[in-house]
Design a protein around this ligand. Sequence first.
Ligand SMILES: C[S@@+](CC[C@H](N)C(=O)[O-])C[C@H]1O[C@@H](n2cnc3c(N)ncnc32)[C@H](O)[C@@H]1O
Length: 573
Amino acid sequence: MKRGFLNGSKAKSRPLGPALDGAASTNNQNHAPKKFERLPIGKQEKLDLTLPEGYKNEAQYLERDPMGGSMPDAMTYTTVPFGGPRNDDDPSCECLFHPGSKEVLLKIPGFPRPLKHPATPGFRIAKIPGKGTGLVSKRALKAGDLILSERPLVAWAQGMPIPFPATFTRQQCIQYQLQETEKMREVSFKRMRPRDKEAYMALWNCHKEDGSGPLTGIARTNSVALEGLRPGVNDESADYCATCKLISRLNHSCSPNTFPRFDIPSFSYRLYAVRDIAEGEELTFQYTHVVNATAKRQEALKPYDFTCSCTACKDPGSDKRRAAISYFSQTDGVLLTGSCLNETTFAQCEKQYKRIVQEGLEHLPEYFDIMQLLMQGCIGFGDAKGASEWAAKLDKCYWDEKCDSEKLDDLLDPESPAYQKHSLWRVLVDAGIPGKPVGMSQMLKQFAAMAGPGKSTMLPGGGAIVNVISPSIEADRVKVPIWKSPLTSSLVSQLYSLVLMALIEVIANDRLGRKVRVKCSPDDTVGDLKKLIAAQTGTDHTKIQLKKWYTIYKDHITLSDYEIHDGMSLEMY
Ligand SMILES: C[S@@+](CC[C@H](N)C(=O)[O-])C[C@H]1O[C@@H](n2cnc3c(N)ncnc32)[C@H](O)[C@@H]1O
């Protein structure tokens, strides 16, 4: 499962989930996988491979001294805790790391720290009709309750540095990748304790006939995304997939009621309830991006050999609500901040919150974001009671990495003096009620604050160019026009919509068939567009060339002069 399972697009709402031990979306294309490319999602066509004579995988895999660090250019086998388990009950995890990952852990004082267990376990293992084994709540759980903590059995690099014979087709490369991956994992497996080996081999495997070996098949069925350990390799494919004895038994739901958050210092997952759960209810997780429409979700779940029959899959109104959730978080929601809400946009945020709850999508980052906005809006309107109710909900979102209880502490009591001192206190009442003017400089400051340090340029004469980098849309760019008259708060929110509408989306295709989608303004120059592409791909913008047929686009010419329009595809070299 790539619960948060590794479905590969936006880290923000990345599903965990089994099966996705490899998230390349390019598996149908006829090119060799790149150096760290993950194994593609889904079942593969099994092929008999004959290697070219004398061909050998030269990649280096080292079993190092337990306290030693990584070697450049070599993968490292290691056990957490380093040096092996400290006693029989100490959970251990066998790892295959990229260079640099082990160093991240060596720097953490007291690594690995003890696991944080709930006072009483919140689950039991049970047979679930039609789903095999699963987990069920042992007692009534509240949103934010810790259900269990678990160190994975294995944490393996998803993309391995496997060189491919030049004569191989893409499908042959994938088969070779499966075979070589299995060999590397066998070394790791041999290092495990007998009872951990047994627990691993007892897990479900839906990749028995596609050329995946047993270790890889089980990892592809059960692994959970593990991020944040790849300082040496600037490539998403260099993330890890972890397989657990318990969490890997969670079955899928499109409205999951749990989320496993990985805690690096203790090298363990903490499984939280994301809403109230009744005693005896099945505990579930998402295997794929659940904001997608039903048909798309069912397609993505095919490799797991089941058809999802959860409430959302059967509710004809669900797709529309999920599309509205997605649309809001990628458009209006991106630009709104607590200090620029008004009655209308606040009401839109409330609707977004209700849709998320109705769809049972509390595990998504969007749930935390919208509640934060609503809390800030209440502060801006001078409503401490309303704000404290949102603060109390936010304070329980332990599964979300943005949850910071210390910051919320002061806001739990509506009588707290922290409200009067808050930088947003009554800003919407004092400066932004409909009809009251909001200064140009105030609006620009809001845009600049959204963009973050160094992302905006104030223009002489009163305009600004702001690059808004939001977690959900990675490189959106907003041009704030020169605005001479004072603005009311409702004009400001209209302006946000206008700015969004004015943006076009251009698709840059590279030679390997990968697509980079960029939102930009028709007034942008080709040079600007290259910078936006570079911001998404992590490449140097001066090295990018954009073409369409025989036209090589020149940096100083605008997109509208080249008649580049919304939805147009360009070739990128
Ligand atoms: C990661 S395993 C989950 C644990 C598994 N049920 C077991 O017995 O070990 C994934 C497999 O569980 C089953 N499964 C998961 N979610 C399901 C669902 N919503 N409906 C039916 N089967 C499901 C499928 O067989 C899937 O391939």
